[in-house]
Design a protein around this ligand. Structure first.
Ligand code: NAP
Length: 231
């Protein structure tokens, strides 16, 4: 309620449950979301960093509108079951870190230092010097397409997922106006089916080194902060 007051609104368009709390059942949470939707306080609800089993259990109780999971050219786990499930059940997928924390822009080099105190990229294993060098083949593919399509690497990485799925809404993060506009421009970069297939085949042939890390997915740490007190 305090958040709604701060936002000067009396309803929330999309209320995300950002992490699963293992002290409360998903069904119970989904039922509570259903009540909020019925009351008109919330229009729709979504889940984040969720696996398909939990998603299905929650969706069976109250329809989930959006799933915000990690997805990019370097992190394609969602293709196995999250995208197929969401396509079948008419759920939007909202990839976070869609340009792999900036790596896919090609502007992060092996010697880039992340100095700001709040810059979580210094903890991202994929952005270690060795992994930046090892994942260079992905950047080479992007460079080829960005030259051909008169676009930037970041735009191609977003255009690829926009072409691939009809239910995808990537949320690249930037504190820089120019890059925000650049990323929005990805919507105007159209890959032909043939270009997309060749890009997909080239990506499939790459071995990805390192992962983004799990700093936001330490569910037990999250759950322990929010232990229920009514039982
Ligand atoms: N649901 C979750 O658990 C979760 C977890 C993490 C993040 N998120 C959300 O997802 C959003 C994006 O994720 P993210 O910030 O981790 O990763 P991202 O969008 O893949 O990358 C963002 C980083 O790349 C840089 N960047 C952005 N566009 C660029 C471009 N065109 N060229 C060069 N560099 C570019 C940004 O730097 P500058 O700021 O300097 O442009 C920023 O450091 C965030 O807004 C966040 O709210 C959600």
């Amino acid at each position: 309620m305090q958040s709604m007051k701060n936002l000067q609104t009396d309803y929330i368009d999309l209320y995300y449950l950002h992490r699963v709390n293992e002290h409360v059942s998903f069904e119970e949470i989904a039922a509570a979301m259903g009540r909020l939707i019925k009351e008109g306080v919330v229009r729709a609800w979504g889940m984040s960093q969720v696996d398909v089993n939990i998603l299905a259990k929650a969706h069976a109780v109250t329809s989930v509108a959006a799933v915000q999971n990690l997805y990019s050219m370097l992190e394609r786990d969602c293709e196995k079951d999250i995208f197929p499930y969401c396509l079948e059940h008419n759920i939007g997928v909202v990839p976070f870190s869609p340009i792999a924390s900036g790596f896919l822009s090609g502007k992060i080099k092996a010697d880039t230092q992340f100095e700001a105190v709040d810059d979580v990229r210094k903890f991202v294993p994929q952005l270690s010097r060795e992994n930046i060098i090892a994942n260079q083949p992905v950047l080479d593919i992007l460079a080829e397409y960005s030259a051909k399509k008169h676009a930037t690497n970041a735009q191609i990485s977003l255009a690829w997922m926009l072409h691939k799925y009809p239910n995808v809404v990537p949320i690249p993060g930037s504190k820089n106006q120019e890059r925000i506009l650049e990323n929005l421009g990805a919507a105007d970069v159209e890959l032909t089916d043939e270009e997309f297939r060749a890009l997909e085949a080239a990506l499939d042939a790459c071995t990805i080194h390192g992962h983004r890390g799990i700093m936001e997915t330490e569910q037990s740490a999250f759950g322990n902060k929010w232990k229920r007190t009514d039982k």
